[in-house]
Structures are given as C-alpha cells and as structure tokens.
Design a protein around this ligand. Sequence first.
Ligand SMILES: Nc1ncnc2c1ncn2[C@@H]1O[C@H](COP(=O)(O)OP(=O)(O)OP(=O)(O)O)[C@@H](O)[C@H]1O
Length: 751
Amino acid sequence: MQIAEDMQNMKSRHQEMVQELEENFQSASRENQERTVQTIRTHYQNKLNALKTILDLYQEKVEKKNSQWEESIKSLGRQKESLEEELRAERRRCSEEALQWQREKNKMLELFSTRLDLLHSHQASTLQELQMARQEVSKVQDMLKTPPHREQELEAFPTEAGDTIDHCNGSGQQTEGCSDRELPLEGAQARLEELKESLYKREREITELLDTEQTAIPPVTLAPPPCVVLLRAVIEKACHMYSEVSEARLLVDHMFKENSAALAHVRQKLDHMTEDDHNRKAEDNPNPECVDPDEYISNVLLLQQTLRDCEITQMALDSIRTGASPSISECDTATEMEISERGEGVKSVCQQLLMLQDQMKQLREENRQVIENYTSERIMRKKYYNMVENMKGKIRVFCRIRPMSWAETTQGGSIVVELLDDYSVSVVTPRGLREFQFDRVFRSDSSQEDVFQDSNRLIQSAIDGYNVCIFAYGQTGSGKTFTMVGDKDQKSPGIMPRSFNAIFDIIQENETKFECKVSAYMLELYNDRLQDLFVSGAEAQSRRVEIKRNRKGLVFPQGAETKEASSAGELFAMFQQACANRHITATKMNVESSRSHLIVGIMLESRNLTNGSVSFGKLSLVDLAGSERAAKTGAKDDQLKEANSINKSLSALGDVISALSLELPHIPYRNSKLTQIMQDSLGGNAKTLMVVNVSPSDCNLDETLTSLIYATRVKAITNNAQRNLESKEIAQLKEVILKLKSGQPVEDVEV
Ligand SMILES: Nc1ncnc2c1ncn2[C@@H]1O[C@H](COP(=O)(O)OP(=O)(O)OP(=O)(O)O)[C@@H](O)[C@H]1O
C-alpha cells in the first residue's frame, strides 16, 4: 500500500516536473526566437547601412569624375576654339601672301617686258650702226685693193684683231722705214684702224648701255615674306602642342600603369577572400570567432565596387591612349548593366572625347596642309630669286653632298649635313643648326645625270659664243673628281665627258645653221707650275706654259698645245690621254687624290651659215685639287710639298673670292697661277658655275663649314658675261690678214 502510495506520489511529482520542464522549454524557445529575430534584424540593418555608405561613396565619386570630365571638355573646347581662330588667321595670311606674290610676279613681268622692248630698240639701232659700218668697210676694201707687187708688203700686217698694229703705223722708228710708195696703203691702214676704233667704241657703248639696264633692275627685297612669319608661328604652335600632347600622353600612360596595378591588386585580394570562403565552406567550419560575416560581406562589396571603378577607369584610359571607342561588350553583363544604370555620364564623356579626337585629327590635317602649302611657296620663292640672281650675272653655285665613305662609316661618324629642299642644306654644328642656300642642292643619292641636267644649259651658251666656266671646289675626298670626271671605269661619267657629248650633240642638231670648230687644251697646275697634259716625259718638263689675257680679257695659255677634235669620241680620247699624265696619289683621305688642279679648255668657234657672223666661245672645266690637313691625310715629303702648294693656291683663291664678294677695289688675282687662270671666270666675263662638294660626316664638319661659307661668298660675285661675236666682215678681214701673214695669195672676192 505504502509502496503504491509512494509510487503515486512519485508519478504526480514527475508529472509536475515534466509540466514545469515543458513550461520552461516553451518560454526558453520563445526567448530564443526573439533573440534570433533580433540578430537577423540587426544584421540586415547593418547590411543596409553598408550598402547606403557604398552608394553614397559611389555617388560622390561619379559626381567628382563628372565634374573633372566637364572641366576637361571645357578646356578642350577652349583649345579647339583658339586653334580654329588661329587657322582662320593663317588662312587669311596665306591668301594675303598669295596676292602679294601675284602682284610681285606681275610687276616683274612688266619690268622684263619693258626691258625686252628697250633691248629690241637698241638692237635696231645697233643694226643701223652695223649697216653704216659695213659701208665704211666697203670703202676700206676699195682702198685696200692694191696692185699685186705690194702683196709681200702686206705680210707685215698683224694677225689678230686683238694685236697692236705696230708696223708702218706703229712706233716712230718704224715709220721712218716706210717709203712714199706705201702711202695709199698707209692711208687704208689708218682708215681701218679708225673704223675698228669706232666699232669698239660702239661695242663699249652698247655694253655700258646694257650694264646700265641691268643695274636698273630694282633690287629684289629680301625682307622675309609674311609666309616666313606664318611658318614660324605654325612651327611654334606645333612644337607647343606637340610638347603638351607628349606630356599628356606620359601622364595618361602613368595613370594607366597605376590603375592596372591597383586593378590587379583588388582582383588578387577578392580572389583571395573568395578562396578563403570556399575553403571554410568545404571544411564545414564557419569559424564564427575568426570572421565577422557582416564585416566580411561589407569588405567583399567594397572590393567589388573598387574593382568596377578600376575597370571603368582602365577602359576610359585605354580609349584615350589608343583613340579607339570604348568597347562595352567586353565587360561582363553585370558591369554593362551598372554602366548603363549609373555610368551614363561616363558614356557621354567617352563620346565627347571621341568627337574631340576627330576634331583634333581634322585640325592636324589642316595644319599639315598649311605647312605643305607654305613649303611649296618657299621653294618657288627660292627658284624665282635664283632666276633673278642669274639674270643679274651672279655666279651660280650648286652644292653636292656625297654619300658616307667606308672610312667615315667605320669610324662611327654620324651624318651632320642634310638636304632641306632642292635649294637649301642644313649642317648640325656644336653651336646649333646652320642653313645655307644655293642655286641647287644635290643629295647623296643624286645621279651624275641629275647634276649634269642643270649644267647642260651652259654648254649651249659656250657654243653661242660665251665664255663659260664650270669648276668643282671642296676639301680632299669630297667628290670633286667624281663630279667633274666621274668614276674610274666611266660607268658614271661626270660633267667633263658629258659636256663633250653635249657639245657634239648640239653641233649635230644645228649643222644646217652653224658650222662649228672644236679645239681643246688640257693643263694641270702642279706645284705652282703649269704643265701641258698633251705632252709627257722630258718634253713636258721643258715646255713653258704662261697665262696670258687677250684684249677682251679672255685668259689663254701661251705655249700649250691646242688640238682640234671632230667628234666626242676624239675629244674624250684626248682627255683620257691628258688624265693619264695627271698627278694622282693615294692619301689617307682618298685612295686617288688629285695632287694638281686640272684645267680643260674647249674653244668653240661657230660660224652662222645664214649671216656669216662668227662667235668664239670657251668652255673651261676645272677640277680643283682639294684642301687638306697634313695631319689628316698623312702627307710627308713630296706629298707634303704638294699639299702646301695646293693649300697656298686655294687660299689665294679664297682671298680673291673674299675681295670680290666684298667688292674691294683691288682683287689679288696675281697672287697665284690658279687665280690668274680663273680670272675671267671669277668676276670676269664668264658665265660661271661652281659645284661645292661636301662630305656628310661629322668627321669633316670644319672643312664642310669652310667650303659652304666660301661657296656662299662666291654666290655674291657678279660676272659680266658677254658674247664674243664678230660680224661676217670682221671675220673675213681677219681671215685675209691671216692668209697675208702666212704668205698665201688673197683674191679680190675675199677682200
Ligand atoms: N656622289 C658620289 N657618289 C658615289 N661616290 C662618290 C661620290 N662622290 C665621291 N664619291 C667617291 O668618294 C671618293 C673620293 O671622291 P673624289 O676622288 O672625287 O674626291 P676629290 O674631292 O676629287 O678628292 P681630292 O681632292 O683628294 O682629289 C671616290 O672613291 C669617289 O668615287
């Protein structure tokens, strides 16, 4: 009973306990639920707050970027406006300049036509004079009709119009020797002299008249034309823009690099975090003590945002660098969406940027065109200037730059002489860039044909009766012999052999109109001694050649052999024979260095078959020896003596050039045989062309500068080229005199 009672008590107690436990459990689970709800709420609240902060941050960034882009668009717009304004001003200036050029051209044309009219009127009066002279000559011819027994007396007549008549009409003692029987002839001679004198007087008058007309040409103003100023402004602007562009490019490159590094860093960090998270999930160990999930999520979100920012920046920078349109398709869908939602500003900025890039391209193209127009205008101006200088009688100067030699290349020399355009050459010196202007500049790859093309005109002048001289000047090894003679095998013949062909081509072309006689002498000036190259050995040593000038100022070598040539081949064979006798030695600077000055004189006597007039032209072709420094060429003994002689004669030539260019009253021609022989070509009555040869290498910078400075001085020298033309009558009289002198009978018809 007791046990049953105890059992009942225990059961009821247990029931109470179970009830109590149930109650407890229910209240605990309610509390737990509330706590969990609270935790979740707080968690989401935190998340929301983090998102808000990110959004604010992003908003702030976008606003900042937008304002930056707006600023740069504004500045680019300003730049574009100022460039457009400059372009308009440049266009205005260009058209003004073109107008000015047109006006100048018209003025010059007017001037030339007036001058031509004047020349025509003078020509008419000269023809009248000649008519009168012809009448006088026929009178003299009547007087000269002497009986046959007097023919031997006429032998004493002079041979050339240029010689002084010194027989019966000459000195007092000789007059005493003349008998009364000679009086009619004496009268005729006197009349002839009178007539000649009047003809010379007339010739002088005409020459003076022509000179006055020449000097009457108003000097061409050399003030820089507006286009020079314009180009300077354009170049300055271009330099400025170029430096700005390169600075900006550097900056963008720098930003791009920094951004790439930041992008890589953020990516790495994000990958690292995702990896950790995966690992933890795989281990099923959330490890709540170590990582706060809220903090983790907010960090991941922040990193993702930074990553997107970096990606957008990278894309924009890449577009700026390459000039390509930003490819949105490359971004993942999420980025694209975000860009479309939040990056509309960035897109529009990119579009504007592209537009600006297009405008910049257009402006650049327009600028290039302006510069191109200016350059062609500048070249034309130089061409016209050279034409005017040539008409004034100025010596023409060509500059030829030879290619780098093997020695210069192996020495590691750099190119410092370069062609700017067909008329200018620039030299890089330690004191900056120097520019020289010539009538033509030939680059290192110009052919012999190119050089000769521009010299060809002068050959025609020589045939027309002008005294023409073409000479090469420059330091040793600069290419003078190559230019004048050509290479050894004559695969690239130079000016001399080409001139021989040109002479005979012109003669052949005009054989129905003219009859031409060609003869030549060839000399070298070696160690200040003139040597006839047509003779060799002992005879050459014993032969004495002297420089003389005739009454017209034309230089000729007395004592030198003159050979006639009937074809270009014959003339070339004579030339080869002469070259074989020339002094050539190997030096350190040139394996075939000319140790003498070579002078080739070609006389061209052409008779006009229509009116019988005779013209006498002389074509002098000179290959000068090059100036050299003994230290550079390694000259010793005989070579040193040769070098001294070459340098001495070239320095005398330099003195003559300086005196002529400064228009000094005294020109020191007599200081050297070289200057004496070139007297009629420099400051004389020749049409002269100088080819200055230069090396392109910095190893020869000093010599190149000296040569170019001398060549510039030569350009300032004015010659007074005159045609050596005689009328049919004077030519006939000269012939008669020659015949009489050589004892040949003279027929009445000839007289
Ligand atoms: N325009 C050129 N093209 C190719 N080779 C050239 C040119 N000019 C010169 N040379 C070469 O350069 C070398 C020296 O030239 P060249 O003998 O004509 O010089 P130089 O001025 O006459 O010298 P020097 O005064 O010592 O006689 C030669 O081998 C020649 O063939």
